[in-house]
Design a protein around this ligand. Structure first.
Ligand code: ATP
Ligand code: MG
Length: 587
């Protein structure tokens, strides 16, 4: 499969891709020039994400255009135009001002994907506060940990979440002065106000104060896949990267209907579920409901989504149900599909073609990088299983760390090493909150070291091998879990797979796989033997798993990433570590 290629004919694509000449654009690109995609605050007062995402569009004739199309869980719809959003965010910024909240103070958001989440996020940026969106499904402990660490001053949530999760934490969070509830507040609760009374009555006139592009805008916690989540700090100037990646990697055009399925509690749901599409001036669909294949296909069809950004876990769940379920829907508007968050198995890319008539375009980035760094672009051939090529303006390389903590760039292709990006770029994190030492350790010789292992091929495509923490060392081989998982996924019975290294006295580690099956397949000795044989044939005896366990589900983070470290800890009877982001648990 790794040898296959999906050929593109950019001249035949409609509309023509924004990025047609990859090499040419890379050679002339500069971030200063990309900044011209934006307006900047009037009078040279700096760069503010909310101005770029919302207010400036009024001057470009988009005031009446739908910015957010909200689809409620119960079938409700609400359209917010750019004009509506400008007024609503002005009200929210004024409401913060009326509470005495100052620029730089932290506003935390804890709610499902309600319209108010989007208004509060952008309105807080307008007020030059620092925003942290949290997953609404977090329990009290992860909320308290993040609010404490991030010094939350304001929390916007719903009455139900407040009662259930936050109320009991107030004594632990003395810095949390104001809680704004989207709905009716309980009577007599100090520091708690209702959205309607506070925000609804505020003036919508708001002039954004001078905003230094280097001032903090967002504090995002990482997914916690490999350990305790880190707080990555991002600045207003990151919006330059959001604008450039929306054009080049997501290929957004003015009349697109865009849908990013991620929740803003994960960086993708903020950078690409809120900021990037609005900066580009398109209509962005927000679906409140959680994943359900039929619901999602219905959204794609009814809303005539043209560009869709989703994640491998969702794609694998759709694959489980088969391509025919997709073909029952008419999706002529859909023209570009992208995926991020985990390695996208070659099977999944090709399945996209079979089911939707379009391949999924994998792209790679991290909470730390703030925006897409490596992507499969619409005009370039896809090599299924590859993350694609670096964005114009981004220099990526494979490096080896030396004993003295310096790094050496691996010039020749085909060699595994750590993926590194040349600093700086606009959306690079400016620090890990309260973890300076850890932040400093991410850099060497002008490179940001990502902690992911990859390889570059002779055509400049990057291939994910595995996270440095997950790589398995067996009998002198370095085995990337992705390669093994992808081979298992090629078997018709396998819906999901995760592999770990299990200590072994002779070879160091042996590969152990955990597998979830597609409907209609029975876990048992016969299938286990068949899968072991299939993997051996595909991978060779040195790399193939020696053991396979069946699981109904694999443990995942709320952003949909398989937590291999948890499978390993349980297998070895070790402490489970930070589980604050754990979603499905099948223990
Ligand atoms: P933590 O840093 O807390 O362990 P995390 O790394 O999963 O969590 P995120 O910043 O949400 O937190 O995820 C970024 C990581 O996700 C990348 O470093 C990479 O390991 C993985 N990832 C993202 N996109 C891709 C992709 N297209 N292919 C392979 N891996 C990907
Ligand atoms: Mg990480």
């Amino acid at each position: 499969m790794t040898g296959s290629r999906i050929t593109k004919r950019p001249g035949n694509l409609s509309p023509l891709p924004n990025l047609r000449d990859y090499e040419g654009t890379c050679s002339t690109f500069s971030w200063d020039q990309a900044a011209r995609l934006l307006d900047g605050l009037p009078g040279g007062a700096g760069l503010n994400i909310c101005h770029e995402a919302v207010d400036r569009h009024l001057r470009h004739g988009r005031g009446g255009k739908t910015a957010l199309r909200w689809l409620g869980k119960g079938g409700e719809r609400r359209e917010l135009t750019y004009g509506d959003l400008s007024l609503a965010t002005g009200r929210f910024a004024n409401a913060l001002g009326s509470l005495g909240v100052q620029p730089g103070e932290r506003v935390f958001l804890l709610m499902g994907r309600l319209p108010e989440l989007y208004v509060a996020l952008l309105g807080a940026l307008k007020a030059r506060c620092v925003v942290t969106p949290l997953f609404s499904a977090f329990g009290p402990e992860p909320i308290a940990m993040r609010a404490e660490l991030g010094d939350a001053r304001v929390l916007v949530t719903t009455p139900e979440l407040y009662q259930r999760k936050v109320r009991g934490l107030r004594a632990r969070l003395p810095g949390l002065k104001h809680v704004i509830l989207v709905g009716e507040p309980p009577a007599g609760e100090p520091g708690v106000q209702g959205w309607d009374a506070l925000v609804g009555s505020a003036s919508s006139d708001y002039v954004i104060g001078p905003t230094d592009p280097e001032s903090l805008a967002l504090l995002h916690f990482t997914s916690g896949t490999t350990g305790r989540p880190k707080g990555a700090m991002h600045v207003h100037g990151a919006v330059v990267a959001h604008a450039a990646t929306a054009l080049y990697a997501l290929d957004l055009h003015d009349d697109d209907i865009f849908w990013c399925t991620a929740d803003p509690g994960w960086v993708t749901g903020t950078s690409y579920g809120v900021i990037a599409p609005l900066v580009t001036g398109v209509t962005s669909v927000v679906a409140e409901a959680e994943f359900d294949a039929q619901t999602w296909y219905g959204v794609l069809e009814r809303e005539k989504v043209s560009v869709w950004y989703t994640a491998p876990t969702a794609i694998r769940m759709m694959m489980k149900l088969g391509a025919d379920a997709v073909r029952a829907y008419k999706l002529p508007a859909l023209r570009f599909m992208a995926s991020v968050g985990e390695p996208l198995n070659p099977e999944a890319v090709v399945w996209g073609q079979e089911a939707f008539g379009l391949p999924f375009h994998d792209n790679w980035w991290q909470t730390e990088t703030g925006g897409i760094m490596i992507a499969n672009f619409p005009a370039l051939d896809i090599k299924p299983g590859s993350m694609g090529r670096p964005l114009p303006g981004i220099t990526a390389a494979i490096v080896q760390r030396r004993a003295d903590a310096s790094v050496q760039v691996v010039a020749e292709p085909g060699i595994d090493g750590e993926l590194a990006l040349k600093v700086p770029w606009p959306s690079m994190m400016r620090g890990y909150l309260h973890e300076d030492e850890r932040y400093r350790k991410c850099f060497a010789g002008g490179w940001y070291l990502t902690g992911d292992l990859a390889r570059r091929d002779e055509d400049g495509y990057f291939w994910f091998v595995g996270r440095a923490d997950d790589v398995i060392k067996s009998a002198g081989h370095l085995i990337g879990p992705f390669e093994v998982e992808s081979a298992l996924l090629e078997h018709p019975a396998v819906a999901e797979a995760a592999v770990i290294g299990k200590p072994d006295p002779i070879v160091g580690e042996v590969v152990k796989a955990f597998v979830a099956l597609k409907p209609g397949f029975e876990a048992g000795e016969a299938l286990r033997r068949e899968l072991l044989g299939h993997a051996r044939k595909r991978l060779g005896a040195a790399v193939a798993p020696k053991e396979i366990d069946f699981r109904a589900n694999l443990p995942k983070t709320r952003s949909g990433k398989i937590m291999r470290r948890l499978l390993k800890a349980r297998e070895l009877g070790l402490p489970e570590g930070d589980l604050s982001t754990l979603e499905s648990d099948e223990k």
